[in-house]
Structure formats: C-alpha cells, structure tokens
Design a protein around this ligand. Structure first.
Ligand code: 6CS
Length: 312
C-alpha cells in the first residue's frame, strides 16, 4: 500500500530532503510505497495538519511554528535565545532531548499524532526592507511570523508589529508592502528568493528553526511491529542524513544570496547589539509559562535540563 507524506517545503529544501530519504529507506526495507506531497500541493501547513489528523495523510512534517497553535507547549521553541548557536551542541540536544523523546509525544498523541522526530533546520535570520541593528529599528516594521501566539509575543518584545501569516502569503505581502520583514533560515531565504523583496539580512542569533515529523496516531498504532520498526529506522537514518546535509548549508546559502543580489546587506549583530534583544528572553519565557498549556513548566524545565546536558 501507499503511505502519503506531506511537508511544508519544496523537494530540494531541508524538509523535502528528509522526506526523500525517509521514502527511500521505507521503500528499500518494506513493500510499502511513500507518496510525497511538497508545499503547495495540498494547501498550507494548517491544511496538511488537518489532513494528517483526520487520516487522509499518514505522515506530516509541521514545524512548531504552526503546531504551537494546536499544542501550546510546542511554543517553547520560540523562547528567544533558548537553543544554542553551536551546531554540535544543537545536534546533541535534538539527538538526546528527553523533552522531545518523552514529554512531547503524549501531548502530540492527544491531538491524534504520533511524534516521530524533531530536527533543526538552521539559524533563523530576519530579512527586512530597512536596516535592523536594535529593537528600535523594528518599531515601524510589520513583521511576518508563523501563526504561533508566542512568536507574536516574541516579536512584540523585539519592538516590531508581528503579523501572523501562512507561508504562501509572505512573498506577495513583502512585495506589496503589507509587511516589511520576516524570519527564516538562510537556505529558505535563498530558495524562496526572500532577498528579492527585502534588502537586509540580520543575524541576531535568537533562534534555530525546529521542525517535527509525525504520523497519524490511529494509523501508526494499527501497524504491525515490523512496520513500526521500518518507520523508526527510516526516521533515524533520515535524521542522521539531514544533520549531515546541513553542514555548511547556512554559509553556502548566504554566498548564493550575495551572488544573486550583490546589493544585499548581511549584518551579524555584535554581542553588544544583541544584548537588548536578549534582554527580552526572560519576559517571553514568562509569557510561555502563561500561554504554553498545562505542561508548559514541565516542558520548559526539561528543555533546560536537556540543553544543559547538551552544552556541557
Ligand atoms: O516560514 C515558514 O512558514 C516556513 N519556513 C520554513 C523554513 N519551513 C516551512 C515553513 O512553512
């Protein structure tokens, strides 16, 4: 039979590369086929999530940027400066996190989802039409964020006017001036040509893009152990592959952007310039405890313990 798997990016973007590796592994090790649905083929992220919850899809990749609206605890990934910048520490966190492996699965299960893995997609950068060196520079900026209440709070704290939008509307909204900024990892800024409609890229070091792959829970629970093993092994192989695939990807993507648009300004903020952005983290963390659902504190505490272990 054929399993249907949707993701929020194109085939040659990070989620697509992961999905292709998963498909390859499943098909090499079982009689099942995997049919891939890249971004745009089945609607926006909210649509594919509904399809996965209702069982039309067997697998879906949705980042907590959107899932946070459904599972409030998943908003923890938007406490600024929580995740480390160092790639090895970050990889170690995603490999070993008890929060991801033990605390999140029951929360996804309540929504009819079997959480299979979470992985990082790269340092998040702001792209804007005007230069951003401080929170004051964001004052007049309508800034697109994913539809996630804590991300809205985070950008308010950064001084901007956050505007939640589904991905498909972002390029047009920048082009027509409805918004003046957005954030994403470098590979995505490059592949989706965000640099065409913005002039400044700002590296504030405030986050790394996290995504999650899940299965429809009823489907997964109904599988024989043999198939569950095939899925877990394919996820494990794709996880290793996607970390390896991303080595050097950020710098390579920034180079391509500079080539395509020599007039672009790429600013890496200094520690001094980052300080006022970092100063917002505590208030946003407090906000998370208020709006992050019944398990917010458990998740945050466990995340911090996991991060401590990963950064030692
Ligand atoms: O900003 C977004 O909405 C999109 N960003 C990435 C890196 N992947 C998918 C997501 O929809």
């Amino acid at each position: 039979d054929t399993w249907r798997y949707a993701f929020e990016e194109a085939l040659d973007e990070v989620q697509g590369k992961f999905a292709q590796k998963f498909k390859e592994e499943v098909e090499a090790n079982s009689d099942h086929q995997v049919q891939l649905f890249p971004f745009g083929t089945l609607g926006e992220s909210a649509d594919t999530m509904e399809q996965a919850q209702s069982g039309i899809l067997q697998f879906v990749d949705q980042s907590p940027g959107f899932t946070g609206a459904l599972i409030p605890e998943a908003q923890v990934f938007f406490v600024p400066y929580l995740l480390p910048q160092d790639q090895d520490q970050l990889d170690s966190f995603f490999r070993n996190s008890k929060a991801i492996k033990e605390l999140f699965p029951p929360l996804y299960a309540e929504q009819g989802l079997e959480l299979l893995t979470m992985f990082p997609e790269g340092e998040v950068m702001m792209t804007t039409t005007t230069e951003v060196k401080s929170p004051e520079d964001l004052n007049e900026v309508k800034f697109r964020v994913m539809t996630n209440p804590l991300l809205v709070e985070g950008y308010k704290a950064f001084g901007a006017t956050p505007t939640p939008l589904p991905w498909g509307e972002v390029y047009g909204a920048l082009q027509t001036g409805i918004i003046q900024g957005q954030e994403n990892p470098a590979f995505f800024i490059e592949s989706t040509k965000m640099y065409e409609v913005t002039d400044y890229i700002t590296r504030a070091g405030h986050n790394n893009f996290t995504t999650a792959v899940m299965a429809n829970k009823e489907f997964f629970d109904g599988l024989p152990d043999e198939d569950k093993d095939v899925i877990h092994n394919a996820i494990g192989t794709a996880f290793d592959y996607i970390l390896e695939y991303q080595t050097g990807l950020t710098e390579k993507s920034l180079e391509k952007i500079k080539e395509a648009k020599p007039s672009i300004t790429i600013n890496t903020l200094t520690e001094e310039e980052r300080a006022p952005f970092k100063a917002t983290a505590e208030a946003v963390e407090q906000e998370f405890l208020e709006i992050g659902g019944p398990k917010a504190k458990d998740i945050l505490d466990q995340m911090k313990a996991d991060l401590d272990a990963a950064t030692k």
